[in-house]
Design a protein. Structure first.
Length: 125
């Protein structure tokens, strides 16, 4: 892999780790999807960074559950659905017309459906 390509993947991984870190402290910012993107990019650029993410005490369990079982914990599903509902309500209240809320709602229902149909995995906390 070329140096530029590797650096771009590393940059993507670190950017999404930063977003995931913000999600730990900000209630409506999702953590899990950002971590999944981060570990994907890290896997293409730096085995050390991927290993660090998978072994991280806060992020590791979520990533291992996703990579090993394609599973999402119940609390993560619950938090994501709550964030989706609140986000849709914000769109509904802050926009005029019906097209944007309908389109956003349809996309959000699709995302929520995807999340809710993933297995919970062996560790259900």
């Amino acid at each position: 892999m070329g140096t530029l390509r590797r650096l771009v993947y590393q940059g993507v991984a670190l950017f999404f780790v930063a977003l995931a870190t913000a999600g730990v402290f900000l209630p409506l910012v999702p953590t899990t999807p950002f971590l999944i993107v981060a570990v994907w990019a890290a896997g293409r650029s730096s085995p050390e960074l991927k290993r660090w993410l998978r072994e991280h005490p806060r992020f590791g369990p979520v990533l291992r559950r996703w990579e090993d079982e394609r599973a999402i914990s119940r609390p993560s599903k619950r938090n994501a659905v709550i964030a989706i509902i609140l986000s849709w309500l914000i769109v509904l209240v802050t926009t005029s017309g019906y097209l944007l809320p309908m389109v956003a709602g349809a996309v959000m229902v699709g995302v929520a459906g995807f999340l809710l149909t993933r297995p919970t995995g062996t560790d259900t906390n």
